[in-house]
Design a protein around this ligand. Structure first.
Ligand code: UDP
Ligand code: MG
Length: 313
């Protein structure tokens, strides 16, 4: 059986459409399946729609978070609840074309453990968004050694891969990269990003920035090395200036140079503060991980129970 995991946040308009479309495509392709909607603490009627879909469409299940935990948490929760031999994650807004699932399923049957869907192009984006995404993916690709530029969360994973990921103890991880990081036999399919049918993108500038910072720091300690590097550069700078100052002093022309002093103060204190802030950020992350809080809290479940579900395994 194939589990389709669909994270949903404020998607009340999309739920019925998505449930119907995905079910019909999979039924048409004769792929035994379940759809797992994860309501990520939406404040609109998303959960009501999921419950309704679970009543009317075969194989639809749903879980509901107690609050908004973010898409990464929703995907992990979906994987934990999935019962299929393979799981595929797809956006609720149908920007990931569901027909691709059939192709991905076929590749899985040929023995691939991970099937990544990569974007042919990045769809419609503003100039700033494009630039910021470019910078982010550059850093992340370097940190992971994997080309992430056109990666998406749309991917199919074998049970074995899912189990491996679920066993990882870290609370915060960057889902897109983790499926490549775990290894296994993998392949890619390409897809064209679709227009969002209803509702709006859930990403604000603030949430995107947070997403970038969290993911860079959870995959790489390079920012800390940047601090060390700037320290080194500054040290060389200090050496040269030190010699210069000494020479001036010895030659009896030492009163000049207040500009230099002020510059030094400004530069060094700002670098120090940046450095402390950066280290503080990592310490805070360690603190978060050490607390070991759950990644998500499930408040409600709906849909077929275990017993009914095993017929088509
Ligand atoms: N999503 C979620 N939790 C969030 C934000 C988004 O589960 O906090 C879901 C959302 O419902 C959708 C998917 O993640 O299914 C992608 O979100 P969106 O379409 O807003 O992102 P974009 O396509 O603009 O990158
Ligand atoms: Mg979208």
């Amino acid at each position: 059986m194939l589990s389709v995991i669909i994270p949903a946040y404020q998607e009340e308009e999309m739920i019925p459409i998505t449930a119907k479309t995905v079910s019909e495509i999979l039924d048409g392709a004769k792929i035994p399946h379940e759809l797992i909607f994860v309501n990520d603490g939406s404040r609109d009627g998303t959960w009501g729609q999921i419950v309704a879909a679970a009543k009317t469409i075969r194989g639809v299940r749903g879980i509901s978070f107690s609050k908004n935990f973010g898409k990464e948490a929703a995907m992990i929760a979906g994987l934990a609840y999935a019962k299929g031999d393979a799981s595929v994650i797809i956006d609720c807004d149908l920007q990931h074309p569901p027909e691709k699932i059939v192709e991905m399923y076929g590749l899985w049957q040929q023995g691939y453990k991970v099937v990544e869907a990569v974007k042919l192009s990045r769809g419609k984006e503003g100039v700033f968004h494009r630039f910021a995404a470019g910078v982010f993916y550059n850093i992340i690709s370097r940190a992971t050694g994997i080309d992430m530029r056109n990666a998406s969360d749309f991917k199919l994973m074998d049970r074995e891969v899912v189990e491996t990921i679920l066993k990882m103890p870290e609370r915060q991880f960057f889902f897109r990269a983790i499926s490549a990081w775990v290894g296994f036999r993998s392949t890619v399919v390409e897809f064209e990003v679709q227009e969002r049918l209803r509702g709006d993108s859930k990403w604000s500038l603030k949430s995107l920035t947070k997403y970038a910072v969290t993911n860079i720091t959870s995959f790489s300690s390079a920012p800390l090395q940047v601090v060390t590097l700037s320290g080194l550069v500054f040290f060389v700078f200090a050496l040269i200036l030190g010699v210069h100052t000494l020479v001036k002093f010895l030659s009896g022309a030492a009163l000049e140079g207040f500009t230099t002093v002020i510059m030094l103060q400004l530069i060094s204190s700002s670098i120090l503060m940046l450095a402390i802030g950066m280290i503080g950020y990592y310490v805070a992350k360690i603190y978060d991980e050490v607390k070991g809080r759950p990644r998500y809290i499930v408040e409600a479940e709906t849909g077929e129970t275990d017993a009914e579900n095993h017929g088509d395994l």
